[in-house]
Write a protein that binds this ligand. Sequence first.
Ligand SMILES: Nc1ncnc2c1ncn2[C@@H]1O[C@H](COP(=O)(O)OP(=O)(O)O)[C@@H](O)[C@H]1O
Ligand SMILES: Nc1nc2c(ncn2[C@@H]2O[C@H](COP(=O)(O)O)[C@@H](O)[C@H]2O)c(=O)[nH]1
Length: 433
Amino acid sequence: MKFPGRRRHKHYFPVEDKDPLISQFHSSDRLTHNYICGIDQIVVDIEAKVDQAFLDEFQLKRGMSQVIDSTITNALYDRLKRDKLVEYEFAGGTIGNTLHNYSVLADDRSVLLGVMSENINIGSYAYRFLCNTSSRVDLNYLQPVDGPIGRCFTLIDDTGERTFAISAGLMNYLRPESIDKALVQNSSALLISAYLMRTQGDETMTEATMQAVQYANEAGVPVVLTLGTKFLIEQDPTWWAEFVEKYVDILAMNEEEGEAITGFSDPLLAADKALDWVDLVICTAGARGMFMAGYVEESFKRETEHPLLPGAISEFNRYEYSRAMRKSECENPIRMYTHSAPYMGGPDAIKNTNGAGDCALAAVLHDLSANVYHKLNVPNSAKHEQNAFTYSSLAQISKYANRASYEVLVQHSPRLSRGLPEREDSLEQAYWD
Ligand SMILES: Nc1ncnc2c1ncn2[C@@H]1O[C@H](COP(=O)(O)OP(=O)(O)O)[C@@H](O)[C@H]1O
Ligand SMILES: Nc1nc2c(ncn2[C@@H]2O[C@H](COP(=O)(O)O)[C@@H](O)[C@H]2O)c(=O)[nH]1
């Protein structure tokens, strides 16, 4: 719950003193609301601490997200239960987490597309997923299926490395006809992950995703792709690069995924390379914080007031105070980059890194969506003389994203249980204005 805040005496007066003009102005139903939507394999995370011998026993590759068959699933589940190794069971899924965190941060609507069991028993995984998802995430468009959603065994070793074993259930049976064209085309962004391309046999998730992407591309709705895991990208980096160039507008990745798709281990160079394909890049880099890269029209560029940073691209942060634009909106596009270290140098004790990257992306999406909201409701604002993609400067967004992921690092779940404080000394005043 948000802090109730201070009450001022002057706001309490008799009904007859009410000014009809003022009440009209404050009426929130006169504001136009926007939303973002995303597609996911609906899964619940089952988290346990394990060692290498445990991974070997179930033929799991350390650090990977891998799909397991029903024999391994049953054996793994029985073993986790028998030895009481399960620490948490919580709604997961990379896009589910991101939309939940977006809705918590923005206190606004997002729409999740995917499947949901049509018959739900109290305490079942489907039930848990629904219970652990923000009421601001619209679940009305989920496609019913006759069977279970997915389970993601999240196995964490002593070093904090996470190995994901996915028991798919019916999570990949979202059908193309379940994608509502108007819903996608009226949204402020369509969020997808690389995992959605990992289907087999008669699973229809990839086709459904491509249907949504086609609708979004047709309507100019930004398609945001998060790469999920480097192992998926490493299998065919050229295919992924072409996919990104053809269909995607905003690319989110961590430094390992960045290396897999671009060949550059330096996150700044990886972000720069990815900017050949998309309009905006987010590259998280664990304890090193995050890098972002984007475009701005020459005439709207703003120089940073921070020291210029050395790096593979010298003084790369020079224009980090600029708001990002789509390359196609710029007559003379300039590339700009920013880097932010972790908020407060990172937490003293990290409880869990699960979902830190998803949360950073949620904050970026919040900024993008706030821009759309502002434009819809205050179209004549001087702010929109620049046809920017983002509400804030790249420098501000990356700080906000790191602030949001900090919150995930100090809790056990990948999903935020509350929004960020209204104002913080550590964020520049301009952010809140
Ligand atoms: N060990 C760490 N110390 C401090 N901050 C961290 C650490 N790991 C992650 N973070 C924060 O979380 C963000 C996302 O983390 P990262 O691990 O790169 O994402 P992903 O979960 O996608 O692999 C980073 O940009 C940083 O702000
Ligand atoms: N939709 C899918 N989500 C998956 C898969 N494997 C893992 N995950 C989810 O990722 C988050 C952790 O995100 P990260 O940014 O910290 O890597 C976790 O909650 C898992 O549920 C998958 O195959 N599909």
